[in-house]
Design a protein around this ligand. Sequence first.
Ligand code: NAD
Length: 289
Amino acid sequence: MAARILYGKDFAAKIKEDARLEAEKILKATGVMPGLAVVIAGHDPASEVYVRNKHKACGELGIFSLAVELPETATKEELLARIDDLNRDDRIHGILVQLPLPKGLAAAESEILNRIDPVKDVDGFHPVNVGRLSVGEASLVPCTPAGCVRMLELAEIPIDGARAVIIGRSNIVGKPMMNLLLQRNATVTVCHSHTKDLAAITREADILVAAVGKPGFVTADMVKPGATVIDVGINRIAPKKLVGDVDFEAVSEVAGAITPVPGGVGLLTIAMLMQNTVTAARLQAGAKK
Ligand code: NAD
């Protein structure tokens, strides 16, 4: 039987509408419009599209947005100085540095991201926010895994007691996903490039999350019949062709529910960024009372 297809737009619309309503409430109560600054260095074409999409989403939801553009040749000190300005700027509640950074800055990525004030860290990458998530006191959580978990909740797919398997242990997807599912009482296994007999583990999953970055990596024989399969992967296999990590055609014959690529998780990420910006504004407005 063909799987239920979990289209990101359906869930993203709900997440964005909730963010819009909350932004409106904050504005009425405190006179503060939530604000997001996106810092971009250089001219990576994909990054420029992402930044435009973020700006557009902000406009739709009543969120002030600021694009801070730096040249490809910007120094670490220049970038850190801009982040310091934004940390002090009262109009800005969320700061995001668009990745990847240009070659000359890549080695300083951690130092640059860690310069963002944790209360404005809407990507949830700062060690303070990583720590808060791991002890169950999360406020700003990385957008992609947070969006996936919100989608499961909105789709009424049970997490409590489910066997969840995540393929990929990155700081931006795999590890925060592990914490979010664990907090919702799933039994979680995280697999990675050194995992032995991967298929035997993935076949146990009620919820299988693929965040590997390899097209067609998850095949039908790796999936338990009826499982929910979340495909986080984004792989460009031709100039205009994106695919995920999951062999969608074959796996959708076995799975109970599955996210497509494109049209799945990617849309949730930007919706959660909007929600995180509003959450950050609420927390900062509360702190100033
Ligand atoms: P990453 O490269 O940091 O991590 C990949 C992970 O896959 C690693 O932990 C590695 O151990 C694991 N892996 C690699 N080969 C493996 C193998 N043979 N068996 C088991 N595990 C293996 O990647 P990432 O940043 O987590 O991103 C993963 C994918 O998700 C990429 O395609 C990326 O583009 C995509 N992504 C999408 C969104 C979105 O908004 N939809 C957001 C972030 C990342």
